[in-house]
Design a protein around this ligand. Structure first.
Ligand SMILES: [Zn+2]
Length: 333
C-alpha cells in the first residue's frame, strides 16, 4: 500500500507537538503541555489522541495514519524490544528527577502507540535533528557529520560513513554527559559533576552570575568582562568536546543548533573553531562548523524525516514546506 499520510511527534519535557503531513507538506499541527499525571501509559495515550486530533483537523481519516516518526527527549530503554522513556524531566520516579507529580520510572511509549499505529520510528531529539539536517538542512547527504545542540541541554547526533549511530538502546550521542572536569563543582541534572552539560548548559552558565544564560551571552558580547570570561570559557569547553568527537569519529562537519547557538553562534564560533583546530591537524584540518538550517522546526521536520517515503523527498526539498508557516503554526487541540 502506498503511504498517503505520515505523522510526526515532537515530545519534550514541557510540550508535545503532533503533525500530520501528506506528500506535499504538513496539513495540521497541534501542541499540548506534556502530561505528567496518571499511569505511565498516560503519555502514549496522550500522543495517540493528539495525532488523531491532528488527523481530524486535517480532514484525514484516522485509520489512514499508520506511520509515525517520533522525536523525543531521552534517554531510552528497551522493553521487550520496544522503546521506553526514562526521561528525568517527565518521569518523577527517577533518582535525579525534579519534583514531578508522578512516580513513573519507565514510560512504555512505543508499546502503547503500537495499539494504534503500524509503523513507528522513535529517535532521540538530536538523532532526529541530524536526520532532518541531512535530509533537508545544512548538511544534505553529508556522510561524516555531527549534529550538536547547545541549549538548556547539550546533545549530539552522530553520522559516520553515511550511517546514523544509535547504540544498544538508541542513546548514542548523549555527549552532554561526557566527563570533562572531575574537579568542577558544577552539577548536571543527571547527577554528574563536571560533565559537559554541567559546565555549559544554558541553565548552568546562567547560575554562575545569577543571571539568565541569555543575559550572560548578551552582556559578554557587549563587553562585560565577567560575563565575557564565562562565555568564552563555555565556548572553549564546547569546542574541546567537538574536538574529542572529531578525533574519535573522523568528522568532516559539525552542524549546530539549539537556542544558545541560534542567538549567539556567530559570536561563539571562532572560540569553538580554535579549540578544534589547535589540536592534531592530521585529524582536524578542514573540520568546519555550520549553523543548523531548520532552526525552530528541526524537531518536527526531523520526526517526519524518520518515516518519510523516499519519493517525497525531492518535492519537499524543492517546495521547502517548513518555510510556509501556515499548517505548522495552527495551535490548540
Ligand atoms: Zn549530565
Amino acid at each position: 500500500m502506498n503511504t498517503l499520510y505520515i505523522g510526526a511527534l515532537d515530545i519534550g519535557g514541557t510540550k508535545i507537538a503532533a503533525t500530520v503531513a501528506g506528500c506535499e507538506g504538513p496539513l495540521a499541527r497541534i501542541t499540548q503541555p506534556t502530561v505528567k499525571t496518571g499511569s505511565p501509559r498516560a503519555l502514549g495515550e496522550q500522543v495517540t489522541a493528539l495525532l488523531h486530533a491532528a488527523c481530524d483537523q486535517a480532514g484525514v481519516e484516522r485509520e489512514l495514519l499508520q506511520t509515525v516518526g517520533v522525536c523525543s527527549c531521552g534517554p531510552f530503554v528497551k522493553i521487550d524490544g520496544t522503546v521506553g522513556l526514562v526521561t528525568p524531566n517527565i518521569c518523577g520516579g527517577l533518582k535525579y528527577s525534579p519534583d514531578l507529580p508522578n512516580d513513573w520510572k519507565i514510560i512504555p511509549l512505543e508499546q502503547v502507540m503500537r495499539e494504534s499505529f503500524g509503523k513507528i520510528v522513535i529517535e532521540n531529539d538530536c538523532v532526529a535533528a541530524l536526520v532532518a539536517e541531512r535530509t533537508f538542512g545544512a548538511v544534505q547527504d553529508e556522510p561524516d557529520c555531527i549534529y550538536a545542540t547547545w541549549s538548556t541541554g547539550i546533545g549530539f547526533g552522530l553520522c559516520v560513513d553515511g550511517r546514523v549511530l544509535r547504540g544498544k538502546h538508541g542513546n548514542a550521542g548523549h555527549g552532554g554527559h561526557m566527563l570533562m572536569d572531575w574537579q568542577s563543582d558544577a552539577v548536571c541534572g543527571c547527577g554528574n559533576r563536571g560533565d559537559l552539560e554541567a559546565l555549559i548548559s544554558g541553565r548552568n552558565v546562567g547560575a554562575r552570575l545569577g543571571m539568565s544564560a541569555a543575559d550572560i551571552f548578551t552582556a559578554a558580547r557587549g563587553g562585560d568582562a565577567a560575563a565575557r570570561e564565562i562565555a568564552v570559557e563555555a565556548a572553549q569547553w564546547f569546542g574541546r568536546a567537538l574536538y574529542n568527537l572529531a578525533a574519535i569519529l573522523d568528522t568532516r562537519i559539525f552542524v549546530i543548533g539549539g537556542s544558545v547557538w541560534i542567538h549567539h553562534g556567530e559570536w561563539l564560533a571562532p572560540f569553538v573553531q580554535k579549540e578544534i583546530e589547535s589540536r592534531l591537524p592530521a585529524l582536524t584540518e578542514g573540520v568546519s562548523i555550520v549553523p543548523a538550517g531548520l532552526e525552530g522546526l528541526v524537531a518536527d521536520v526531523g520526526a517526519l524525516s524518520l518515516v518519510m517515503p523516499a519519493g517525497w523527498i525531492p518535492e519537499w526539498r524543492k517546495a521547502q514546506p517548513w518555510r510556509d508557516p501556515q499548517p505548522w503554526r495552527k495551535q490548540g487541540a
